[in-house]
Design a protein around this ligand. Structure first.
Ligand code: PAF
Length: 279
């Protein structure tokens, strides 16, 4: 595997490649990331991964500084997966001058759910993904469904900006007890780690009740938030939304069988976890 940090070198290395499959990451790789690499391999060749902790998508009080950086271990994992190039730019390589041109998602998708609680997130993600795409020029790129809203925003961005990159969504990789794998799980202490699967159980309960006779979805969301709070979680949201555009369904749409997804973000101790489940 070639480890490349500059944009010029990356362009030289990938010149003439027409079927590149790309997996952008922020490192601290776990099985979930590796499943993205395997999916990428099924959709293209060569597979290119990137590791870059993107300051632009973190708010001033978020975990940019303490975000886990485990470069050597990551390199070994990617080598085992047969990744051809790892693009690992420094901040100076990717942002040699202040990044004044930004890519903004539309308000109705970018300012809801995660966007409401983490306003820097999606403008930062759209900007860095656009820039990484411009460097790698992939034919396909793979993103996990665990970041459901991110996946939708990137898919819409690629389509609306006519990017020549197909966006592929990968199923969420879960531990045996149901907890979605995430780099931030590493922040949990043993007691919190034992409690953490309750988030996914809550999503399953909400999904089951939504499929059943319960039609007051707002009440369902509130009950789920209360159940989490009663066990010491600090939920930001539990929201049942239309899969199509992440807006709330009307009662009629729900009764007519509109495909839905329930999304959540909640803090356990100091760790903020997100998860979702298609209903
Ligand atoms: O999902 C992530 O790890 C990041 O948001 C991404 C897509 C690599 C952009 O920094």
């Amino acid at each position: 595997m070639k480890i490349i940090s500059t944009i010029d070198e990356l362009r030289d290395q990938l010149r003439g490649q027409l079927r590149t499959a790309f997996v952008p990451t922020m490192g601290n790789l776990h099985e979930g990331h590796l499943s993205l690499m395997r999916l990428a391999r099924r959709h293209g060749d060569p597979v290119v991964a990137s590791i870059f902790v993107n300051r632009l998508q973190f708010g001033p009080n978020e975990d940019f500084d303490k975000y886990p950086r485990t470069f050597q271990a990551d390199v070994e994992k990617l080598e085992k997966e047969g990744v051809y190039v790892l693009f690992a730019p420094t901040e100076k390589d990717l942002y040699p001058e202040p990044q004044e041109y930004r890519v903004l998602p539309p308000n109705d998708l970018g300012n809801i759910l995660e966007g409401e609680f983490r306003p820097a997130m999606f403008p930062g993600v759209c900007t860095v993904v656009t820039k990484l795409f411009s460097c790698v020029q992939p034919r396909v790129a793979v993103f996990g469904k665990k970041d459901y809203q991110q996946l939708m925003i990137i898919r819409n961005m690629a389509r609306q900006l006519a990017m020549p990159t197909e966006i592929i969504g990968a199923e969420t990789f879960r531990a045996e007890d149901g907890l979605a794998l995430s780099s931030r799980n590493g922040y949990l202490n043993a007691e919190e780690r034992a409690e953490a699967p309750f988030l996914y159980q809550t999503l399953n309960d909400v999904a089951e009740q939504t499929r059943g006779l319960q039609t007051d979805l707002v009440a369902l969301e509130q009950e789920a938030m209360n159940r989490l709070a009663a066990r010491g979680w600090k939920p930001d949201y539990v929201s049942i939304r239309k899969r199509m555009n992440l807006q709330a369904p009307t009662r009629e749409e729900h009764l007519a069988g509109e495909p839905l997804v329930v999304l959540t973000a909640a803090k356990l101790g100091n760790t903020r976890l997100i998860d979702n489940l298609e209903i």
